[in-house]
Design a protein around this ligand. Structure first.
Ligand SMILES: Nc1nc2c(c(=O)[nH]1)N[C@H]1C(S)=C(S)[C@@H](COP(=O)(O)O)O[C@H]1N2
Ligand SMILES: [Mo]
Length: 210
């Protein structure tokens, strides 16, 4: 074997296919999960609260808090990466796995995207396939305790593979759509997709195909 080939093989980190360093580029690890919210923390009224699945479904669905809590409990540990550059490892989320939740409804074939609606008007958007990912969870517990109000009580989405602004807090409805529309941060200069591994931080990166 040529010496140059051997050196290039040795320089490559021994990472299994499809895996990467734990910390995405440009991030710093923090010990405690910070609070990052635009606007005030909404108050939760269990008698009035509901969670709805709407849009391109054979039949829309509505859960009361009591009904939602009867769905099978799932626990999932993941790292959390905020675009403002902090990452927090090993968050133990407990709640309802999205793939489990989706068993109660039937999607219309035209559904390609989801639009997430929250109390207080915050929204975010995702591709349907990413929303249905195996690690995506609607959580009401974090690290062994009920979610704190500032972290999204009673219910938040957690999408570990994308920057934190996609992990919507105080979520009230998931809308299934044929066309994509941009959510709160996505219309304010943040990337439509938000992959931390390729640093999809800002919307101007979308134009250059970066
Ligand atoms: N409803 C709502 N969800 C939200 C936000 C928000 O302002 N409002 N901020 C997002 C951002 S930018 C991040 S990094 C995470 C932070 O979650 P945490 O405050 O629980 O750490 O929530 C996301 N979800
Ligand atoms: Mo964030």
């Amino acid at each position: 074997m040529q010496r140059s080939v051997l050196i290039s093989l040795m320089a490559k980190p021994a990472q299994p296919e499809g895996q990467h360093e734990r910390l995405p580029p440009g991030q710093t690890v923090v010990k405690k999960l910070p609070v990052l919210s635009y606007g005030p923390t909404p108050r939760f009224n269990p008698a009035k609260w509901d969670f709805r699945l709407i849009g391109l479904l054979e039949k829309p669905w509505r859960f009361t808090w009591e009904e939602f809590r009867k769905l099978p409990l799932h626990s999932q540990t993941s790292d959390f990466h905020c675009v403002t550059s902090w990452s927090r490892y090993d968050n133990r989320w407990e709640g309802v796995k999205v793939s489990e939740l989706m068993k109660v409804v039937r999607l219309r074939p035209a559904a390609r995207y989801v639009f997430v609606h929250c109390d207080g008007g915050y929204t975010t958007n995702l591709e349907l396939a990413e929303f249905l990912g195996d690690d995506v969870i609607l959580a009401y517990r974090h690290d062994g305790k009920d979610l704190e109000p500032d972290h999204g009580w009673p219910l938040r989405l957690v999408v570990p593979k994308l920057y934190g602004w996609k992990s919507a807090k105080w979520v009230r409805a998931i809308e299934f759509c044929a066309k994509e529309r941009r959510g709160f941060w996505e219309v304010r200069g943040y990337h439509n997709h938000g992959d931390p591994w390729t640093e999809e931080r800002y919307s101007f990166q979308e134009d250059s195909g970066e």
